[in-house]
Ligand binder design. Structure first.
Ligand code: COA
Length: 331
């Protein structure tokens, strides 16, 4: 059986940088509060005219170049993102057209912050079963336009941001390298703790004047509840990956958790006894970019030389749904 290797990675964040100080202009918040509670110092937001598709495309072309592959060598595209430039079809179709690849499958995954690990897991199965040789797996997200920038929405507005990351995964005969295991979970009992309810398909008309006044058109999060679940689920799903492969926590060279909140990543590292330098964090620069956060962090870490040949890297995610997931990869 083939194995699945990550042969190239890329990432992209919009040029527009929004500092914590800039947020203070719109809402009652402070740089100090945001840094202390989340670790975030700045984030990137799209500018007028910039699209989610652009972010996905830029990350993808970097990943292809990094892999040394032409776009035409990709057999399948899987894109993880909560929302899309169009309500339908999803971003994968837009990206497929932009890359000039008509005919190959374009799949959308909507599992929020766990989306990239879900997408990687699906790509892994396609490759291992010999269905496709080269799969482009993307996490891309534009959250900035959905935020309530008044004080009412400050708990969420200071956290979420825009970005994209991509990985080219490819079939290899080397059984000791590549995606060793993936684990996916969800518990829909918690949909209401982290969600955005409107506009909804069950409304006629879907868009009305009164809707613009409703706070249901903005993301909603029970922050403390999410925090509590995240610090339990992350360690659980990381241990699950280790148990499935016979590795121990000491074997992990780099843990790349979804960049939800620096305090969550630190708490997870502490609970597991993983040294802080082995837990990758770039939330300071990008905020929480939901499905984009893991591939963006993984590509950035690789670019900094933090992922070397033979390193054991663990990806771990938690997000809306709730969903949580992990992947263990030997590079
Ligand atoms: N600036 C200033 N004050 C803020 C604020 C902001 N941006 N957002 C909330 N506050 C206020 C609250 O109104 C509250 O004020 P009060 O005490 O007068 O009522 C106070 O700060 C504390 O709020 P609380 O929600 O209890 O803070 P917290 O320590 O739980 O931190 C989060 C809030 C959102 C940072 C934290 O709960 C968190 O990170 N949760 C997980 C979020 C996450 O990771 N989501 C993504 C999952 S994928």
């Amino acid at each position: 059986m083939k194995n699945t290797q990550i042969i190239g990675m890329g990432h992209y964040a919009p040029e527009r940088v929004v500092t914590n100080a800039e947020l203070e202009k719109w809402m009652d918040t402070s740089d100090q509060w945001i840094r202390e509670r989340t670790g975030i110092e700045r984030r990137h937001w799209i500018s007028e005219g910039e699209k989610l598709e652009d972010l996905a495309y830029n990350a993808s072309t970097m990943a292809l170049e990094n892999a040394g592959l032409r776009a035409s060598e990709i057999d399948c595209i899987i894109v993880a993102c909560i929302m899309s430039d169009y309500l339908f079809p999803g971003t994968s179709a837009l990206l497929q057209a932009r890359l000039g690849l008509p005919g190959i499958p374009a799949i959308d995954i909507r599992n929020a912050c766990s989306g990239f690990v879900y997408a990687l897991s699906i790509a892994d199965k396609f490759v291992k079963t010999g269905t496709y040789k080269n799969v482009l797996v993307v996490g891309a997200e534009v959250q900035s336009t959905s935020l309530d920038l008044s004080t009412r929405g400050r708990d969420i507005a200071v956290i979420f941001a825009d970005g994209a990351g991509a990985a080219v995964v490819s079939a290899t005969d080397d059984q000791n390298k590549g995606v060793l295991t993936t684990h996916l979970h969800a518990d829909g009992n918690f949909v209401d703790q982290l969600c955005m309810k409107k506009p909804s398909v069950n409304m006629r008309p879907r868009l009305g004047k009164e809707l613009l006044e409703s706070d249901e058109i903005y993301p909603y999060m029970e922050g403390r509840h999410v925090f509590k679940h995240a610090v339990t689920r992350f360690p659980e799903v990381i241990k699950e990956a280790l148990e499935a492969t016979g590795y121990s926590l000491e074997d992990i060279d780099l843990l790349i958790p979804h960049q939800a909140n620096l305090r969550i990543s630190e708490a997870v590292g502490k609970r597991l006894g993983i040294a802080p330098e082995k837990v990758y964090s770039n939330i300071q620069e990008y905020g929480n970019t939901t499905a984009a956060s893991i591939p963006l962090a993984m590509s950035e870490a690789a670019g900094k030389g933090l992922i070397k040949e033979n390193d054991l890297v663990c990806l771990a995610a938690f997000g809306a749904g709730f969903t949580w997931a992990s992947a263990l990869i030997r590079f």
